[in-house]
Design a protein around this ligand. Structure first.
Ligand code: ADP
Ligand code: MG
Length: 247
């Protein structure tokens, strides 16, 4: 990587309040293109809020967020541009229950990318194969297992050809036997060079995939470290407490 390579994400001195509640406190985070970041920390520490700010599902009040060189400001034009760069996968899948799997993947491309149906369906087929559930294309989400639904959600996001993927606890609503199939999909994506921010407590995944682990507590980034150092020699007392609780 060259020193002057553009960062995929630059979060600088970010502050956010929900009403009077200071939820994000002067967050700084830079993510290089192709880098994989795992974010962990106790419930309520602001992890979801942080990644939701990055694609403007939440608004921040102070500081700046820059995604692939596009400044996330007041302009709706930039908002559209950033949503093109960034795909998101949620804990609860958020699929459209009344649309088939194929249509879940195709319709957003037609509506917000202006793709023709034929092209959108080809993309849907391609990415459903990639997450290894092409045979589920004509079913409805309710007919699928949780793990399959989450893989549809990943395929749907990939159909929009994002350069960055954000995952918010993608496996925490799944039965244990389905966690691996979703993590395997994410590992493949990582190996192909996708820039990723993954909020997860799956520490095996973090060790295997993450370039850096970001630990959040009380709205602050308390530690940023390599997975090896983070797990085996955490720098902060709060990190040690957190790890003692989850392992
Ligand atoms: P995490 O994802 O780390 O569990 P969140 O970002 O979801 O944390 O939430 C951080 C804090 O902000 C929590 O105390 C939560 O209750 C609060 N919070 C989250 N969303 C809202 C909201 N829309 N309005 C008010 N408070 C919120
Ligand atoms: Mg959360």
């Amino acid at each position: 990587m060259t020193a002057h390579q553009l960062n995929a994400i630059e979060v600088s001195a970010l502050d956010k309040w929900y009403g009077s509640f200071h939820v994000l406190k002067t967050i700084d985070l830079r993510v290089a293109a192709g880098e994989r970041i795992v974010v962990c920390g106790p419930s309520g520490s602001g992890k979801s809020t942080l990644i939701r700010c990055i694609n403007r599902l939440e608004e921040h009040q102070r500081g700046s967020i820059c995604v692939n060189g596009i400044m996330l400001g007041d302009s709706v034009k930039n908002l559209d541009a950033i949503r093109r760069e960034v795909g998101m996968v949620f804990q609860h899948f958020n699929l459209f229950p009344h649309l088939t799997v194929k249509e879940n993947c195709a319709l957003p491309q037609i509506l917000s990318r202006g793709r023709r149906r034929r092209e959108a369906e080809d993309m849907a087929r391609h990415f459903l194969e990639k997450v290894r559930i092409p045979e589920q294309a004509d079913k409805y989400p309710g007919q699928l297992s949780g793990g399959q639904q989450q893989r549809v959600a990943i395929a749907r996001a990939l159909c929009m050809t994002p350069k960055i993927m954000l995952f918010d606890e993608p496996t925490s609503a799944l039965d244990p036997e389905m966690v691996k199939e979703v993590l395997d999909t994410m590992v493949t994506l990582a190996e192909e060079g996708m820039t990723m921010i993954v909020v997860t407590h799956e520490m095996g995944f973090a060790r295997r995939v993450a370039d850096r682990v970001v630990f959040m507590e009380d709205g602050q980034v308390k530690e940023v470290n390599t997975p090896a150092a983070f797990f085996d020699a955490p720098a902060q007392e709060s990190t040690k407490r957190f790890l003692a609780n989850i392992m």
